[in-house]
Design a protein around this ligand. Sequence first.
Ligand code: MRU
Length: 362
Amino acid sequence: MKIDGRPTRSIWAEDGQVRIIDQRWLPHELRIVTLADRAAFATAIAEMWVRGAPLIGATAAWGMAVQMAADPSDASLAETWQILHETRPTAINLRWALDRMRAHLAPLPPVARAAAAEAEAQAICDEDVELNRRIGAHGLPLLRAIAARKGRVNVLTHCNAGWPATVDWGTATSPLYQAHEAGIDLHVWVDETRPRNQGAQITAWELGAHGVAHSLITDNAGGHLMQRGLVDLVIVGTDRTTARGDVCNKIGTYLKALAARANGVPFYVALPSPTIDWRVTDGLAEIPIETRDGAEVTHVQGLDDQGRIARVRISPATTAAVNPAFDVTPAELVTGLITERGICPATAEGLRALFPDLAPMS
Ligand code: MRU
């Protein structure tokens, strides 16, 4: 999507180097950094310089490619899969991308691996852009239908499932961008998304940069707005969706799904197929939930009065914090899954009907 009118991706190769937007400093600073070696890629994923399920996968693929240029041996391939896989536990796109790279590279002689890895990492990125574009095309009619009925469409979204969470377009935001381009009168409620505030810092930034009308709200405001008929539709992303349609996404998503169900608001989840974990059925029992540093809860980052990025403590120094980073929304609470092949019910049958080639034989 565009920054200052310039089409921009979240990760790209340029002059033989891989560049990313270091998202820790958004929206206050647009810092572009080069990731030069495997250790830098691992740090960038683990410490959330890059984040969002599809982008984590794309970054791992490029990390593998950079390492293959340095050492294309079998041992290096195996070790790199392991090191990058350990960076974050919940988003399945990480494993999907690493498995795809390994399956592509392992049969090749080491001398052929560097070029093949670069081409495959680029293919993963280009495919991600196209999958997300199609998600938007399939989601657009939902917004059109609401617009035809009542004019302005109010959508609520949680965390950042926007273009910086993917290579481009975003998942949850792709229908929003396409509705905006189509001239639909759209307004987005942006959950701030404590503790890291990806909504306040990234979703608000990207929607603003693209000219999409939006309002930032506290995470606690969504239920209130739904009770008053001010939310027509919820669209969120997902870090891992199970074979029966349970959705694991940023902490707080489940509460939004409960409030949406209680108020008769449709709750959609947008996802590309690499976010489906076909090996897992029961999301609550089987998906590992990342626990992050309690300092993300006890501290917040922002711009101080001198215009410097600062981090301040908001709780007593002696108070401990617990920080589960994701939750699971059971499939029953999901109105539909918006995928690159269309919208399906959040059921095993619905997913299998759309992806008969990917779903394991029952
Ligand atoms: O911890 P993060 O910022 O990586 O979590 C991101 C999310 O939960 C997104 O909503 C999810 O990855 C969907 S991204 C298209």
